[in-house]
Design a protein around this ligand. Structure first.
Ligand code: SF4
Length: 495
């Protein structure tokens, strides 16, 4: 019989899962552990400091070389990364930190929010077809979101959200949460879009080029076909009689386009298959795909009908080019008025290269979007609706990991933030399933008092525990949540 006493398990109450954690073990989310009978948050609390030092690697083995003086040099901003949560809702935020900012007493309330209502909006800079609007996006066979309205030069996905996290099967929720977590922490996620007969595979990683069906995208188009005609019309004069910029959305034709008319480009008798919108602008010249200009064509001549024999002439010169300039072909009409491929004259080759040069690199952008619920707001004030009002009145500034968070109009505190502006490793999860994301509320101490804040919990920044802090440099946007310009009172618009 073994008389060795079993190690005491302690209960974590930082989320509804309420893990019992044995000595030396970690909880189900990997964020909390039992160290000598104490429940500890494993990731260090992160502060942003305006120094010349580079970002400190997150949770790497290198010890923090910081000397412990958090007010040395410039003032720090305490983020919620690594702070812990307020669950089960009655507790004040883990850190409520005050400091003098240019003569004004400010306070920052930091919490890691547990977001059941959250997701990501993904912007993928590409012309290529990655799926129809409303197509289902899957990971490991589970639906995690859908294709939404395309934007100029970009395809858009909406992933996650409470319907996928909680409204489907257990596996759907788990896979969705895992995909969101990896995307928010800047890791690659491969998704399948569409139904079995037309699945397109896209690998998404914040700040990196998308990989579509195994091919890495390079360029985001300079504009639609019509815009490209306008932008480059002058380059083509004297070198081509007509130019077609092939685009899945709006294909442009120089001789018919207003830009061509104003530059006295004569009619060529060209005929484009597709729906004519306005002169020189055609919709639906082909099906969407991964070919020229986001269409499904590899041979641009397939979008041309027969030339009008009353207008066209043998020897007419035709340039066809895609919206990124990556594909271009040159033709001359033969005696039957059929375009015949010819070597591209140097000035036209240069114009195609100029289109490509004017394209921006194709990247994926991942924006976290979530709503600050009751738990979060109660951690800031005992009267949560006052916090919402304070945010709307620009008395309270909202940031996520120190990054500027766009707060949506209307009710609640629904925020959207670029994950690349946040410190690395900002996100965690709990198995309920939900994402854990940092959120900070910064305001004047006097305003905090007025809205019923947890004043007894306010601690000066120089009394923060120094041993476990992780220090990072400001993000490239240099957003300062404590800058007075963020607040209505700085503009003399009321106190
Ligand atoms: S999942 Fe994590 S936060 Fe939730 S109870 Fe377990 S250890 Fe605590």
């Amino acid at each position: 019989m073994n008389d060795t006493p079993k190690p005491e398990k302690i209960r974590c109450d930082a989320c509804p899962v309420m893990c019992y954690i044995a000595e030396g073990k970690i909880g189900a989310c990997d964020r909390y552990a039992n160290h000598d009978g104490l429940l500890v948050r494993l990731d260090p609390l992160t502060i942003i400091e305006r120094t010349d030092q580079k970002l400190v690697p997150f949770m790497k083995d290198a010890p923090d070389d910081w000397d412990g003086d958090i007010v040395k040099g410039a003032r720090p901003f305490v983020t919620a990364v690594g702070a812990g949560t307020t669950y089960p809702d009655y507790k004040p935020a883990p850190f409520i930190v005050s400091q003098d900012v240019d003569g004004v007493d400010m306070v920052t309330v930091v919490t890691e929010g547990i977001f059941s209502y959250c997701g990501v909006k993904v912007k993928i800079d590409t012309d290529r077809h990655i799926g129809h609007e409303r197509d289902v996006v899957r990971v490991d066979g589970e639906p995690v979101g859908h294709v939404m309205t395309s934007e100029y030069g970009s395809k858009m996905l909406s992933l996650g959200g409470v319907e996928h996290l909680t409204g489907g099967s257990k596996k759907e929720g788990r896979v969705t949460c895992d995909a969101l977590l990896r995307l928010c922490n800047r890791e690659p996620v491969t998704v399948q879009i569409g139904e079995p007969e037309h699945v397109i595979e896209v690998t998404i990683e914040a700040g990196k080029a998308p990989i579509i069906n195994g091919t890495e995208e390079k360029l985001m188009r300079v504009g639609c076909g019509s815009a490209a005609i306008g932008m480059f019309a002058k380059q083509w004069l004297d070198h081509a009689d007509d130019v077609v910029v092939v685009d899945d959305h709006i294909t442009g034709v120089l001789s018919e386009h207003e830009a061509g008319k104003q530059l006295d480009v004569p009619a060529t008798g060209i005929k484009i298959k597709g729906r004519r919108s306005t002169p020189g602008r055609y919709f639906q010249v082909a099906e969407p795909g991964t070919g020229w200009g986001g269409t499904d064509i590899d041979d641009p001549l397939t979008i041309l009908g027969p030339f009008n024999a009353k207008v066209a002439q043998e020897g007419m010169r035709l340039l066809m080019v895609s919206t990124t300039g990556e594909q271009a072909a040159y033709y001359e009409l033969d005696a039957e008025l059929t375009p015949q491929p010819k070597a591209m004259p140097a000035p036209l080759q240069a114009s195609a290269e100029l289109i490509a040069e004017n394209c921006e690199p194709s990247i994926c952008s991942v924006l976290f979007m979530g709503g600050a619920g009751g738990s979060l707001r109660a951690g800031v004030t005992e009267n949560p609706v006052r916090l919402t009002r304070s945010v709307k009145e620009s008395l309270t500034h909202v940031s996520c990991g120190g990054a500027n968070a766009y707060v949506w109009p209307g009710g609640g505190i629904t925020v959207m933030v670029d994950v690349l502006d946040m410190p690395t490793g900002s996100f965690g999860y709990v198995p309920t399933p939900a994402l854990v994301a940092p959120i900070e509320f910064t305001l004047r101490v006097s305003d905090y008092d007025t809205l019923g804040g947890h004043m007894e919990q306010v601690q000066p920044v120089d009394q923060m525990p120094k041993e476990t802090l992780r220090r990072v440099a400001p993000n490239p946007q240099e957003h300062d949540p404590m800058a007075q310009a963020n607040y209505r009172w700085s503009k003399g618009a009321g106190t």
